[in-house]
Design a protein around this ligand. Structure first.
Ligand code: ARG
Length: 460
């Protein structure tokens, strides 16, 4: 071979590698085969294929599937993508009828269908994982409806909560995520198959039939839109990103809570790792990784937005770049949800540390101000400044506001020199938490109500 010839071959090889998607879109083999079987059945119903041809195609496709699943199938760059690879192998196996399968369709509606099927299937399985995680947060919440934990704003002690209530905040986030996947599923539950290249087809096809065979609600309404649309992929990327953001937020809390300074929780040994140099260490690698992976998932969303933004109608090869990010994000969210679920289930809650931490930072100070407003009809701002004096008094005595004696409180500010001694009860931390009985508030009573609502939802 001449040098020129070798160079030409090398270039051809590079070009194949560049152009092909088979090495990643093989992930869509089962959806591709499912779509082709439905298409062939429809063509047969419409009299485009004979019964024998259809049967031979369907059996052939099932054999291809079997070959892929048993690892016998050779994925070769020569066939560019999963659609060509399956069709070629089918024709190798069954001969002439294989060549009729592509009647009335294009790879453009084929890939749109395969990918949408994949996204729909994954939405369902991710929803299940989300529901399981909600269930876990609710279980932990149920055990800790009276466990005090400092509620924070600006990461500074603010007001006392119960730990169950804190867990339910996450249950709410992941429930919203569940609903987000659900509504995307509904919105995108339409079949692009039969849109053909961009404008429909002159063949007598029945798109309702393929839509229903594939489990879609109906066919999509506009052929050109259907082959160009990747909103469904963007939606799952957004939904996954939002869930990862929630995962990342609880991960951040787990890292903080398990630090020496907090010691609110201890992660089960299985989910904590050791240091290669510092033998005393137990590191929260797992929540750190969950937090870190969130970045890549956001990247996948922005990537696809960027791919799509300048595309003229209809199909463009740029769109082939839609898949890897989605596959990656789906895998990431699946494993992240499973792992987080285990971490939450197995973490050890250090009730004493949480409750002791509540004695720092005058968490019940607002209760004094609220008391003065409620019992003495004082304007809130006036009550606020009086409370500030009581806090200053507590600070000077090196005490928490909940530890002051009635004399100490009375001596803090002249206006409250005769304040009733029941105020001591109001400043008690547990009473302070339980005082917040407003709908959605932290009191044990409200928390228990909220748990009931979740339990009903989980049973559905
Ligand atoms: N591999 C292609 C993709 O992922 C399939 C569609 C190809 N269609 C075309 N007209 N080149 O988008």
């Amino acid at each position: 071979m001449s040098t020129e010839q070798i160079l030409k071959n090398t270039n051809a090889q590079i070009l194949d590698e560049f152009n092909a998607s088979i090495m990643f879109d093989k992930e869509l083999y089962s959806q591709d085969i499912k779509g082709s079987i439905a298409h062939s059945q429809m063509l047969c119903e419409q009299g485009v294929l004979t019964n024998e041809e259809q049967e031979s195609i369907e059996n052939g496709l099932l054999q291809v599937k079997e070959e892929i699943e048993s690892g016998k199938f050779e994925f070769s760059l020569a066939y560019e993508d999963i659609h060509m690879a399956v069709e070629n192998r089918l024709t190798e196996i069954i001969g002439e009828p294989g060549k009729r399968l592509h009647t009335a369709r294009s790879r453009n509606d084929q890939v749109a269908t395969d990918f949408r099927l994949y996204v729909q299937e994954k939405s369902l399985s991710i929803k299940e994982l989300l529901k399981e995680l909600v269930g876990t947060f609710v279980q932990v919440a149920d055990k800790h409806t009276t466990t005090l934990i400092p509620g924070m704003t600006h990461l500074q002690h603010a007001q006392p909560l119960n730990f169950g209530y804190h867990m339910l905040a996450y249950a709410n986030m992941f429930k919203r995520d569940f609903e987000r996947f659900e509504s995307s599923y509904e919105r995108n539950n339409y079949s692009p198959l039969g849109s053909a290249a961009l404008a429909g087809t002159p063949h007598n096809i029945n798109r309702d039939s393929t839509a229903s065979k594939l489990g879609f609600k109906a066919p999509t309404a506009h052929a050109m839109d259907s082959v160009s649309d990747r909103d469904f992929a963007l939606e799952i990327l957004f939904n996954i990103s939002t869930s990862m953001m929630h995962i990342s937020r609880i991960s951040e809390e787990l890292v903080t809570w398990s630090s020496y300074e907090f010691q609110f929780i201890r992660m089960s040994d299985e989910y904590a790792t050791t240091s290669s140099i510092m033998p005393q260490k137990k590191n929260p690698d797992v929540p750190e990784l969950l937090r870190g992976k969130t970045g890549r998932v956001y990247g996948n969303l922005i990537s696809l937005f960027t791919v799509m933004k300048g595309l003229p109608l209809a199909y463009n090869k740029d769109t082939q770049e839609d898949k890897e990010g989605v596959f990656d994000s789906v895998k990431t969210i699946e494993i992240s949800l499973k792992i987080l679920n285990e971490v939450i289930k197995t973490m050890i809650v250090n009730v004493d540390k949480m409750e002791n931490a509540c004695k720092i930072g005058h968490l019940s100070a607002t209760d004094l101000a609220d008391y003065l407003v409620q019992k003495q009809n004082m304007p809130f701002r006036t009550a606020y400044y009086i409370t500030k004096d009581v806090v200053a008094c507590a600070n000077s005595l090196n005490k928490d506001i909940s530890e002051l004696t009635i004399e100490e409180i009375r001596s803090s500010n002249d206006v409250i020199r005769d304040i009733d001694d029941e105020i001591i009860m109001y400043l008690d931390l547990r009473n302070s938490m339980n005082a917040r009985k407003s709908f959605g508030g932290t009191s044990t009573l409200q928390t228990v109500e909220q748990i009931k609502v979740f339990e009903e939802w989980l049973e559905k």
